[in-house]
Design a protein around this ligand. Structure first.
Ligand code: SF4
Length: 303
């Protein structure tokens, strides 16, 4: 069982940082990668700089060196290339941002169900001994919800890694003629369960050998992810922010809090009600199976 700390007021995330004792993983002069999604142009639900700056301030107070980071996306758009991705981050108010170029890949060997080799975005993972995932918790059309596991796994994948998470070449009738493995183009063939398990295996590789902590902001819980150039009305009112050292526990606690909150989706399994073909439990189950975390948690409420 893992501890998950909760504060209702998102403006008090500095108190959450202290209560969860996040500073125990940060040494002076450490580079600290703050893994975040900068939001697609036109989207308004992504985390804003002023919402995460208290965490930045706490890291600076540890005399460490934080930077914001994400990796380029698979689909066409400004976040596909480093130059335009950096511009998107800047347009959304972020500075001190690191985005690896397409050929800046960190290959990690693992021995997991789907992957023996992972192709992660290189720079931040090579540079930083500490990763803190700052996650906007929301719905997602392929994973049911997008939480810390998805922020880490899909988020730290290089474009080739993202392709490998999404494709399912063995069950595809285009395999003889397809050149996407060479051109690294978008492919959405993988089933929701398999893609979730693959994401979790990339998350495993991203955090391997690192000191890690996780913040889930359960605010503006839109049904779709922040990769869309728009966002729908939240499915529940803002709930608060969670912090933990366990990415599975924080995601389980987040989905439980959403399901326990009255909102415009009248169901006790809200993400299943929105995406009936997606069993979001697959990512949590696989995270537990590969030793990435625990679904059982103790919720510690901070006031
Ligand atoms: S379309 Fe996707 S799944 Fe099919 S062969 Fe190409 S990359 Fe593989």
């Amino acid at each position: 069982m893992s501890k998950v700390f909760f504060i209702k007021n998102p403006d008090k995330v500095d108190l959450l940082f202290d209560a969860a004792n996040i500073k125990q993983i940060i040494n002076p002069n450490d580079y600290v990668a703050l893994k975040i999604h900068f939001g697609e142009p036109g989207n308004a639900a992504f985390l804003k700089p002023n919402e995460v700056e208290p965490i930045w301030g706490k890291i600076k107070a540890c005399r460490a060196n934080p930077f914001y980071t994400d990796c380029n996306v698979l689909y066409n758009g400004p976040r596909k290339e480093t130059k335009t991705h950096l511009q998107t981050a800047k347009d959304h108010g972020y500075t001190n941002v690191v985005i690896p170029e397409e050929d800046d890949v960190l290959i990690k060997e693992v021995n997991l169900k789907h992957f023996k080799k992972l192709y992660l975005g290189g720079t931040a993972l090579k540079k930083a001994p500490v990763i803190i995932a700052l996650t906007h918790f929301k719905g997602h059309e392929l994973t049911g919800f997008g939480g810390a596991l998805k922020n880490l796994g899909m988020g730290f994948g290089s474009r080739l890694g993202k392709l490998k998470m999404h494709q399912d070449c063995r069950n595809c009738d285009q395999v003889k003629t397809c050149r996407k493995n060479q051109t690294i183009e978008a492919c959405w063939v993988g089933s929701p369960t398999v893609v979730q398990e693959k994401i979790v295996e990339y998350a495993y590789g991203a955090v391997q050998g690192k000191k890690c902590a996780y913040f889930n902001f359960i605010i503006r819980v839109s049904p779709n992810c922040d990769c869309f150039g728009h966002n729908d009305e939240p499915i529940v009112p803002d709930i608060g922010v969670l912090a933990s050292f366990d990415p599975a526990a924080i995601d389980q606690a987040s989905v439980d809090l959403v399901n326990q909150t009255r909102g415009r989706i009248k169901s006790s399994n809200k993400f299943r009600a929105i995406y009936s073909n997606v069993n979001w439990e697959a990512q949590l189950k696989h995270a537990e199976e590969i030793g990435l975390g625990y679904r059982k948690y103790e919720l510690v409420i901070i006031s």
